[in-house]
Design a protein around this ligand. Structure first.
Ligand SMILES: *Cc1c(COP(=O)(O)O)cnc(C)c1O
Length: 389
């Protein structure tokens, strides 16, 4: 007997009444990196985060398969017991090198990596951009610090917050997405780093959507901004997006990484990633290093979409990344546009509150190096028909 049943049922009712109940679409068949069968029809996907088209790259899949034969599937234990294999260890060294930092530590998910950072870097106050990812907000909460939010991408607003919180004995923590996940814009990282330097605050950047896509060699938004480990002492990147695999890592100084390893509960008390996944990510890094064209192509496709959608009079956000949202405002309008596109074979779900602020419901289009120009042009034609019928 579930004693909480009345409150659970009331909670679901409330979501339903607010039009905020979510549902999952079953992907019935995988036809390629950006093609699938959903709702009984073949679609081109414009909502995945496989920006470089590496999730089913033969070299990455082959590495996974071979390593599974060698190591088995499960790692069998946490990293600090017997789950830390040669594959994990080598991957950590390669990741640190990829982003140009002294050391890196693997986590099972970006969510857990962010919680780990929050728990270890507990400060007097945690300053968060208003549009930060939910896991960064939870990282701030995990720090036990007072949480304050500053206006989106507003260095002046952050400065004002830090000014009010001066306490040299306990540094403040500033947390930001590198590329904002629902808007696609890049954080003003140089300004944020400068504000942190002036006020003795530590800057944490979650580069889930910049890693592999932006910066020299795909090293991410922080490298693109020319910032090093002294400016951004804690960098978190996920591997389930551009790298096409799964997992996440934190890169930083040996001191930060050792502190996470020794103290972060979301590192210590959980099973290590399967070693074959670490091997697959190593293969993915090799392709990322070798094939610059993937980065160039995805950015060019996103720019092509942006020009076309702007020409249709649609409301775009200031993004130069593979994330290109079109804002419809009302939830109903976004949902209707999503349904009309699905009818025509393009899969892009409506993003509604509370994921985005009320009145900014949108279609969040994402692009991949596995798309081609025809995919983008067909999408634009059908988007025109959907919004100007
Ligand atoms: C996806 C995402 C995460 C979470 O990463 P997972 O590995 O999927 O848990 C964290 N931060 C941002 C900005 C993300 O987009």
């Amino acid at each position: 007997m579930l004693h909480a049943r009345d409150s659970l049922a009331a909670g679901l009712d409330a979501l339903d009444r607010a039009g905020r109940a979510r549902s999952r679409r079953v992907v019935e068949q995988h036809l390629g990196p950006v093609r699938s069968v959903v709702a009984g029809r073949e679609c081109t996907t414009f909502c995945g985060n496989d920006y470089l088209g590496l999730a089913d790259h033969p070299e990455v899949v082959g590495a996974l398969r071979e390593a599974a034969v060698e190591w088995g599937v499960g790692s069998g234990a946490s990293h600090l017991v017997s789950g830390h294999t040669r594959e994990h260890h080598a991957l950590e060294e390669e990741l640190a090198d990829f982003v140009g930092r002294p050391r890196a530590l693997l986590f099972s998910t970006g969510y857990m990596a962010n919680l780990a950072l929050g728990s270890v870097l507990a400060g007097r106050v945690a300053c968060e951009d208003r549009l930060n990812h939910a896991s960064l907000l939870d990282a701030g909460l995990a720090s036990g610090a007072r949480l304050v939010r500053y206006a989106h991408a507003d260095v002046g607003a952050l400065r004002a917050r830090l000014q009010r919180q001066r306490d040299p004995s306990r540094p403040a923590l500033v947390l930001t997405d590198g590329v904002f996940s629902m808007d696609g814009d890049v954080a003003p990282l140089r300004g944020l780093a400068e504000a942190c330097r002036e006020h003795g605050a530590d800057l944490v950047v979650d580069d889930a959507h910049g890693f592999g896509v932006l910066g020299p060699g795909g090293a991410g938004s922080v490298a693109e901004a020319g910032l090093g480990v002294d400016d951004v002492p804690a960098l978190m990147c996920t591997l389930g997006k551009a790298a096409g695999t799964f997992g996440a890592f934190v890169a930083g100084s040996a001191l930060l990484v050792e502190s996470l390893l020794q103290r972060a509960r979301t590192y210590i008390y959980t099973t290590a990633l399967p070693p074959a996944l670490a091997a697959a990510t190593r293969a993915s890094l090799r392709v990322m290093r070798r094939e610059d064209w993937r980065r160039e192509k995805v950015l060019a496709l996103a720019a092509r979409f942006r020009v076309g959608a702007t020409g249709l009079g649609l409301r775009m956000l200031p993004s130069r990344t593979p994330i290109q949202p079109v804002v419809f405002g009302s939830e109903a309008a976004a949902v209707a546009a999503s349904a009309a596109l699905l009818d025509r074979g393009h899969w892009v779900p409506a993003i509604r509150p509370p994921t985005v602020p009320a009145g900014s419901s949108r279609l969040r289009f994402t692009f991949s190096a596995a798309h081609d120009e025809r995919d983008v042009d067909r999408l634009l034609d059908d988007l025109a028909a959907a919004v100007h019928p």
